[in-house]
Design a protein around this ligand. Structure first.
Ligand code: GDP
Length: 472
């Protein structure tokens, strides 16, 4: 990976050919190592010092996340990568790639965030803990990513170090365990993927769509990488026996294995939208907009979706994050929100880097964007004002609100302010909902589970102190 300055990033966002762009998510069961992996990538990109990667998890930018040690918000990370292509004669050519990663939370309470990140992505790295194997949230994530949002999967089996140094398994036993995981993932992918890809979307060691490694120790390999370096998996056992993780980090770096898989197997937006659009958009595919959407054409009519509302933990300012699917979004655009039936001016446009915005004047189709100017519920579609188009299909969420809890302002006079604050947080997470009980003057919050409600209330309470009733 190469560290780029702001003007280089800006130019890449606007100019790099579609073929060299990749937009993807990393999806995993909680604690399987997604944040550690994302942070490793950040460290490599120069956004974080190598020593802190693995300890302080930058993608968990919210204090609440740091404290609880779970990823709640989806963070977007932009990376550039020089891909070395090696042909059958061993000739090397280098190509520049631009990656936009939507990091997603692993806890069920934030499944809405996952679904929306996947709506904006073309592929997903399914990350599985080698020891635990496939877990319930792995299954849900594969269903959401591959099934609902047509994101093409690759597999990263993480924490392989534990099989060797903790379980002290023999090589054959390790390979057996890895095979079981790859097969389980594959069986589910086959079951839920779009019908036309049933024989194509498998993850296999043979075609290098499975990587094995340790995010904590910073290494991973695919079969191709081992072959190119004239190595066998035995080298990993050897290096752990010699306690030489440094060798593994230097010779089999994690980023190479993951990003090579992404380049080779995850499609660029112009390919992905050919089958993704008919799944998520019910408009006329033969119309000008339909054709532009299928190609992710930057010169077509503007159509995009807001997939995430990031509320800064300190300033409480809302940043809207989303994807342009067709046309080009400009920093002086006035857009029309399809569901809200509302005109809104963009005040600042750019790309999200963890918690900051890098200003970019134009974001073409097939890219994620971040903007300031207004707030609306996550999941909203928009077109350029005056150029009406059909919005996108609603995002399918994996869970329904079943827990409720009433809150009321400590100061009765704060009721209307409380209403505004609650409304904003529900916009950021529409898997929760609220209503005002007229008799008691309490606001009843409904959510997927007690943790989701608890975190919501903590945030609301920072802005308007509230009394809280027991959960129902
Ligand atoms: P997330 O919930 O998926 O984001 O998981 P985290 O990245 O927060 O990791 C959960 C725990 O697993 C942390 O204690 C990490 O240090 C640990 N961990 C992550 N990757 C590895 C790995 O490759 N090997 C080992 N042994 N531990 C790991």
């Amino acid at each position: 990976m190469k560290v780029k300055n702001a003007s280089e990033i800006r130019e890449m966002i606007m100019e790099i050919p579609m073929e060299n762009r990749r937009v993807f998510s990393i999806a995993a069961h909680i604690d399987h190592g997604k944040s550690t992996t994302a942070d490793y990538l950040l460290a490599k990109a120069g956004l974080m010092s190598a020593e802190t990667a693995g300890e302080k998890r930058m993608t968990d930018s919210d204090e609440e996340e740091q404290e609880r040690g779970i990823t709640i918000f989806t963070s977007v990370v932009v990376l550039s990568y020089e891909y070395t292509k090696i042909d059958s004669d061993g000739n090397e050519t280098k190509e520049q790639y631009l990656f936009q990663i939507n990091d997603t939370p692993g806890h069920l309470s934030f499944t809405g965030e996952v679904s929306r990140a996947l709506r904006g992505s073309d592929g997903a790295i399914i990350l599985v803990d080698a020891l635990e194997g496939m877990m319930t949230q792995t299954e849900t994530n594969i269903q959401l990513a591959v099934g609902e949002e047509a994101c093409k999967p690759v597999l990263f089996i993480n924490k392989a170090d534990r099989l060797i140094s903790e379980l002290r398994l023999k090589p054959d036993e390790v390979f057996g365990k890895l095979d079981v995981i790859a097969n389980q993932v594959n069986n589910l992918v086959k079951k839920v993927c779009p019908k036309e890809f049933r024989d194509k979307w498998s993850v296999t060691f043979k075609d290098n769509s499975v990587a094995v490694g340790s995010a904590k120790d910073g290494w991973a390999f695919t079969v191709e990488i081992l072959q190119q370096k004239g190595l066998t998996p035995a080298v990993v056992f050897e290096k752990y026996q010699q306690d030489d993780k440094k060798w593994l980090r230097e010779n089999l770096p994690l980023d190479d294995a993951l990003l090579r898989m992404v380049v080779q197997h995850i499609p660029h937006p112009g390919i992905s939208q050919q089958y993704k659009i008919p799944k998520i958009w019910r408009g006329d595919l033969n119309s000008e907009a339909g054709q532009a959407l299928l190609k992710a054409d930057r010169d077509g009519p503007l159509l995009g979706m807001i997939t995430k509302i990031f509320i800064d933990p300190r300033s409480k300012r809302a940043t809207l994050i989303g994807r342009v699917f067709s046309g080009t979004l400009k920093s002086d655009d006035t857009i029309y929100l399809v569901n809200r039936r509302q005109k809104q001016r963009v005040k600042r446009l750019g790309i999200m880097e963890i918690t900051d915005i890098l200003d970019v004047p134009e974001i073409p189709a097939g890219n994620l964007f971040a903007l300031y100017g207004f707030i609306c519920p996550a999941g909203e579609s928009f077109y350029r004002d005056g150029e009406p188009l059909e919005g996108f299909e609603k995002i399918t969420y994996a869970a329904e609100p079943v827990v409720s809890r009433a809150i009321s302002p400590k100061k009765a006079a704060d009721l209307s302010k409380l209403g505004d604050v609650v409304r904003t947080w529900i916009m950021a997470d529409p898997t929760a909902s609220y209503n005002l009980d007229d008799k008691t003057k309490k606001i009843v919050l409904e959510g997927i589970d007690p943790l989701q409600i608890e975190i919501l209330i903590t945030r609301i309470d920072e802005q308007v102190p509230v009394d809280i009733s027991d959960p129902v």
